[in-house]
Design a protein around this ligand. Sequence first.
Ligand SMILES: NC(=O)c1ccc[n+]([C@@H]2O[C@H](COP(=O)([O-])OP(=O)(O)OC[C@H]3O[C@@H](n4cnc5c(N)ncnc54)[C@H](O)[C@@H]3O)[C@@H](O)[C@H]2O)c1
Length: 459
Amino acid sequence: MEQKPKIMQLNERELVQSIQSGNISICIIGIGRIGLPTALSFANSGLPTVGVDINSKLIEMINSKIFPLKDEPGYDVIFEKVTNDKFNVTTKIQDVVPNSDVIILSLPTPMNENNIPDYSTLLSVGRQLGELLNKDSLVIVESTVEPGFIENDLINAIENSQKKLVAGKDFAIGVCPETANPGQIMNDFEKLPRLDGAIDEKTTNTIMKIYKHVFTVDLIPMPNCKTANAVKLTTNVFRDLNIAFVNELAILFEKVGIDIMTVLEAAKMKYNFQVHYAGPGVGGPCLPVNSYQMINLAKNMGLTLKIVETGRIINESMPEHVINLLQDAFDELGKSLANSNVLVLGISYKPDVKDIQITPAQIIIEKLRKLQANVLIYDPYFKSTEVFGLQTESNLVEALQKVDALILVTAHKEFHDLDPTFLKSKMKNPIVIDSKCIIDQQASKNVGLVYRGLGRGKI
Ligand SMILES: NC(=O)c1ccc[n+]([C@@H]2O[C@H](COP(=O)([O-])OP(=O)(O)OC[C@H]3O[C@@H](n4cnc5c(N)ncnc54)[C@H](O)[C@@H]3O)[C@@H](O)[C@H]2O)c1
């Protein structure tokens, strides 16, 4: 039988034809929060796609046609449509990579307990690719990595295997860093421009053609992988830093008696002000990690990123500040925080998603326990389950009836309508700590709640 030409051997016309006729086979390694929607998008565009993941439970779930990402609107429908047809999954990387034209890596890039980026998963999969890749296939890294990691580390891991493949000669490699926001991935996949950097121009163009077919968004060509990764990190470090800035102002304004929300709502009317909001800390798998990736890159170059490091210190101090607000409220009532019941409202690191990676709620809970408070958790995404060693509440009203104080940590939609009169009527003691400033402060005062808002002076 005549062998199908390899993707990197195709000329531009053949490449377009192959894409349009669904003749390019895709393998996505890591089908988690980002990888699964990515795989479904590829499959939905007509390209045969296989997802590979070491999580056998996830693979079983998908094979049983259960959609795992319930908080990602839109993908359940695509999942129904493409699964078992254009989209299949397996735990066996060795069965898929040798038969794929394009291998996309959507693997986790966390950091260790000392805030050092941990690229071990990418490197170990890189070594596997070195044994499994077909000649003239294309590897695309979507994971967030620090600039230079592809050039200095991942390519080495792939090349230093038995097959002795050489990047740019035997296989192509590039990056398309992912910028989607959990909870709205479909929207972002349809709207946000994507960055495309690669080992050479031909690879950049090949990635552009494939991604343009799948996502129909603007693609921004970058001169190389490290520049594309630098853009991705720059946007997230910018956000981490701006949140640190408003967090610092929030603490100042509390003392001066100024409401940070009033300031920010007015400030954002100015054409060159980009609003960020204060909060109990910055969590998730991206922002904190991305700042440390940039800090790590600088350290390796013999530099210190003073402003980024300071931003991290401020954001990491916010859980302690929230606890101070709580202590202050207890002091006002002349009551002891120890042995009191405190309800944490929301544990996700951001609103309206089921995700507790690096969430500030965990630190707040640990601090409360150290102060011997009894902690209760209510989160609409984590009802009646065990989180941080605690059994979560299933009903908000019943939870409120049991507690002396609440700390609103995550601004889930369900909490936006919390009415101070309702809270006062349910809670044993009336302490409300609002770390996201979504509860009406004046109304809280009027009904007799002891209210503390992060960044809000007392009224
Ligand atoms: N979640 C986000 O908000 C977001 C946004 C943009 C970029 N990113 C980046 O995308 C990448 C993936 O993040 P995510 O949130 O999808 O992570 P995730 O943890 O949700 O998914 C990663 C998947 O990889 C699988 N995996 C781990 N080791 C493996 C291996 N050796 N072989 C095969 N599969 C393996 C895991 O089982 C998991 O299903 C990270 O670099 C992250 O920084 C994430």
